[in-house]
Design a protein around this ligand. Structure first.
Ligand SMILES: NC(=O)c1ccc[n+]([C@@H]2O[C@H](COP(=O)([O-])OP(=O)(O)OC[C@H]3O[C@@H](n4cnc5c(N)ncnc54)[C@H](O)[C@@H]3O)[C@@H](O)[C@H]2O)c1
Length: 333
């Protein structure tokens, strides 16, 4: 380290340091102030924009020729999504462990006159299988531009009656499978700065419920994965461009697909089982409007946000009063 003796002889070092740091701090404070003013302007702008959006939703984007891959397309919400995406003239790739269910979905789509359908038997919890199937998809169809991480399982029983194998399986299918599919398909989306990732979480990823402790934990994890990945791409640099990859996380309450074996519902007129066609319709609409999150029914998410501001014990009383949830069952999944 070299010291400029001449300069240090003229001005006492401490004073020199002070004057320099003072001018620096004035510049820093002014910049901070400008940033704060900009932040307030942005806050006002985005608040007005959100209010306007409540009455004037964004236009729905076109899905023509998009390559849509749906995991768990052989049944339930995944099958309904395949039908709706095909209706939008997208190319559909159905992945499912259940070959029979997947073939039925393909058949249903072909009967409706949709021809651009591809089906693959894939266990999405197996990373190597996912990567191999993804390579086949790239060769036979092309780069996936819409990824729907939908496949999921939900064994319902008290925590200590869940075997460690079941807990691992829940996390492998409901969480890790999302990572493997993202590993396979997100790079080409980033490369082309075009794509959309949809993930099926659940209201169990927002509120913890008895009898589905591992399931709730897995769906909370999906929420965390989607939010963190969205932020990483938003603040990151995609070829020096703003990332155009969109994310939609879906939080349905009970859907009538057979996944929920023993629902308990004190007020069916308020929180009835949703039809899978209706849920899929909301998912596609929300995705086409680039919504980041959607609960089904929509008011559940705002209600959760408000309820978290209220005293915890009061909310427990409300939960006891509503008395709605999932009873344990012994069926295999
Ligand atoms: N049904 C509900 O009440 C409900 C509520 C909230 C969220 N969800 C979520 O929505 C998603 C779809 O649920 P659903 O009700 O349509 O379920 P579903 O059981 O009707 O269909 C799930 C599909 O995923 C497939 N699958 C399961 N494990 C797989 C694996 N390892 N590899 C490949 N495919 C696999 C199954 O074969 C099945 O075809 C799930 O993630 C679920 O957690 C469902």
């Amino acid at each position: 380290m070299t010291i400029n003796i001449k300069e240090s002889n003229n001005i006492p070092p401490l004073k020199r340091y002070r004057s320099k740091s003072m001018s620096n701090s004035v510049a820093y404070t002014s910049l901070l102030l400008i940033e704060l003013i900009l932040l307030v302007i942005k806050f006002i702008y985005t608040t007005i924009e959100s209010i306007v959006r409540l009455f004037l939703p964004p236009l729905e984007k076109s899905l023509v020729d998009e390559i849509v891959l749906i995991t768990g397309a052989g049944h339930g919400i995944g099958r309904e999504l395949a039908i709706l995406f095909a209706k939008q003239n997208a190319i559909i790739i159905c992945w499912d462990l259940d070959e029979k269910g997947n073939a039925e979905t393909e058949q249903m789509l072909k009967i409706k006159g949709y021809k651009r359908i591809y089906k693959y038997k894939v266990d999405v919890s197996n990373r190597q299988e996912v990567l191999d199937a993804a390579n086949l998809v790239k060769q036979q169809v092309g780069n996936v531009t819409v990824l729907v991480n939908n496949a999921g399982i939900m064994p319902c029983r008290p925590m200590f009656l869940q075997s460690h194998e079941t807990i691992e399986k829940i996390f492998n299918v409901n969480v890790l499978a999302h990572f493997w599919a993202l590993e396979a398909f997100l790079p080409s989306m980033i490369e082309n700065n075009h794509g959309h990732v949809i993930a099926l979480s659940s209201m169990c990823g927002v509120i913890g419920l008895p009898n589905v402790v591992p399931y709730c934990a897995s769906k909370f994890a999906v929420r965390g994965l989607m939010e963190a990945l969205y932020e990483e791409l938003r603040v990151g640099d995609t070829k020096n461009k703003k990332s155009e990859i969109k994310f939609t996380t879906v939080y349905p309450i009970m859907v009538n697909t057979g996944l929920v074996k023993k629902p308990r519902n004190r007020f069916p007129f308020l929180l009835d089982m949703q039809a899978p066609e209706k849920v899929a319709n909301i998912i596609v609409k929300s995705m086409r409007r680039n919504y980041k999150e959607v609960s089904i029914p929509w008011m559940l998410m705002p209600l959760d946000r408000i309820s978290r501001l209220l005293p915890g014990k009061f909310i427990q009383n409300v939960k006891d009063f509503i008395d709605t949830g999932l009873d344990p069952h012994t069926d295999e999944f």
